[in-house]
Design a protein around this ligand. Structure first.
Ligand code: MF3
Ligand code: CO
Length: 256
């Protein structure tokens, strides 16, 4: 069931998502060679609690294994859901930072992939194409369009650049729960659930783009998704609201 949010509910979701954006800005600024992913996790948690919110992912258990940390940190061939640890970032890595909070009963969720020190030209291009795919999807998030309009736009940007989109994970509705209907895939397939977009819908669009094949494996920790071919992957995500004025990006800071 797709829940439609009131303007008041969207205002709360905006606050939740703005907290996510503030935390991601702080994390991106803290990223440097030598910092451990546990240090990033601790920073995210502290900044969240200071803002009167709580981390959304810690303790989340959609399947067998509970997610143990606040932040997802996915390095290089890791696609999503990398678990913070003592591992230290190295110059030349790309690092996906995926974060969510709950504030006043509503969730915010966003992600970006950032360079650690200097990175290769290939890696830089993958980051810019994945970000561009996200914004192409957002541009289609108008009432009257369908989920497939978002999906096709995301997929076209990734594939026209010679990359592939991950099909085993998708974006999602968001609100009083982290994952609500509808699913927001990053690819189009005939016969897929394809609801029409309406004012008051709130969704998270989150392309995961692979340099090579879309195949993935899940590591023994039960969470970390990695590319099967070991090539790089990038991830960008925004929580957005569909309004009569078009899409509003809830998780982009308004004061910049
Ligand atoms: N942005 C991711 C998602 O929407 C984050 C979920 S991580 C989890 O699926 F640990 F909470 F599962
Ligand atoms: Co998400």
């Amino acid at each position: 069931m797709i829940t439609i949010k009131t303007a008041e509910e969207i205002a709360i979701m905006r606050r939740a998502s703005q907290i996510v954006a503030e935390v991601l800005d702080a994390l991106a600024a803290a990223v440097r060679p030598g910092i451990s992913t546990d240090e990033l996790d601790a920073l995210a948690e502290r900044l969240t609690l200071e803002r009167g919110a709580r981390p959304a992912f810690k303790g989340y258990k959609p399947g067998e294994v509970v997610y143990p940390k606040s932040l997802c940190v996915s390095i290089n061939e890791e696609i999503v859901h990398g678990i913070p640890s003592g591992r230290k970032l190295r110059a030349g890595d790309i690092v996906g930072l995926d974060y969510g909070v709950v504030y006043d009963g509503f969730y915010g969720d966003a992600a970006r992939t950032v360079p650690v020190g200097g990175i290769s030209e290939n890696a830089r291009r993958l980051l810019s194409v994945t970000r561009e795919a996200l914004y192409a999807g957002i541009a289609k998030a108008h009432a009257g369009n369908r989920i497939s309009d978002i999906a096709r736009a995301v997929q076209a940007v990734a594939e026209n650049a010679g990359y592939s989109v991950v099909t085993d994970f998708a974006g999602h509705g968001i609100g009083r729960r982290l994952h609500e209907d509808p699913q927001v895939p990053n690819y189009f397939r005939r016969g897929m659930p394809n609801p029409r977009l309406q004012e008051g819908m709130t969704i998270a669009i989150e392309p995961m783009v692979n340099e090579g094949s879309p195949e993935l494996e899940i590591l023994a920790d039960g969470w970390t998704a990695v590319t099967a071919d070991g090539k790089l992957s990038a991830h960008f995500e925004h929580s957005i609201a569909i309004t009569s004025n078009g899409p509003i990006i809830l998780s982009e800071l308004d004061n910049v």
